[in-house]
Design a protein around this ligand. Structure first.
Ligand SMILES: C[S@@+](CC[C@H](N)C(=O)[O-])C[C@H]1O[C@@H](n2cnc3c(N)ncnc32)[C@H](O)[C@@H]1O
Length: 186
């Protein structure tokens, strides 16, 4: 990410906090809630967590969560929310995902919501242990507009990225693509 991107995200979050006030971490992603409800808590990572609605929810369910984002303004909000709930299972990391090199086989569950970068996905897939799960849910390119830019998923693209994994759910509707996949046992 460039310095300009970092500034853009920070000023976006600053404006959001000015408009909505503090302690406004949003509700967790409904698909993430559905798919993790039945899982036994373990170690999780939420990449591009923003204000951390999903990381916070996972930590409240008993997961030990690494929450990673570049935007300090967003992470500050998450830190306050975690402190006020006395959550010591949440590890907040200000980090550029372009340089993120997680240890392999570390997490039981990894998630990337409303953010898409196939290079980051490659690291996320390695960071999850064999038998662990990855959930990706992000914007789908509008049909008939394949050239909308690198931040949109193409129809069928997620399934391609998870070749060799067991696909638990894969859905494309309402402008969103999602996949929940299990890393094969080595
Ligand atoms: C649309 S927000 C998604 C937030 C969160 N996943 C959610 O569902 O609420 C996208 C996030 O990606 C972060 N981001 C973009 N590029 C990044 C990078 N290179 N490294 C770390 N975070 C990045 C932004 O700071 C922003 O918080």
């Amino acid at each position: 990410m460039t310095e300009a991107d970092r500034r853009r995200w920070n000023s976006r979050y600053r404006a959001q906090k000015a408009a909505m006030g503090h302690n406004t971490v949003a509700l967790p992603d409904r698909v993430l809630v559905e798919v993790t409800r039945s899982l036994a808590p373990g170690r999780a990572v939420d990449v591009a967590c923003g204000m951390g609605r999903n990381a916070l929810w996972l930590a409240r369910q008993g997961w030990q969560v690494d929450a990673i984002d570049i935007a300090r303004e967003a992470l500050e909000e998450l830190r306050q929310a975690a402190e006020s709930r006395m959550l010591d299972r949440l590890f907040i990391m200000e980090e550029d995902l372009d340089a993120w090199r997680p240890a392999p086989n570390t997490y039981d569950f990894g998630t990337m919501v409303l953010f898409w970068d196939p290079r980051v996905l490659a690291h996320l897939k390695r960071a999850v242990r064999p038998g662990g799960l990855v959930l990706v849910r992000s914007l789908l390119a509008p049909s008939g507009q394949p050239d909308v830019g690198p931040h949109y998923l193409r129809p069928g693209e997620l399934r391609e990225w998870f070749k060799g994994w067991t696909i638990r759910h894969n859905l494309e509707d309402e402008g969103m693509a999602m996949i929940l996949a299990v890393r094969p046992l080595d």
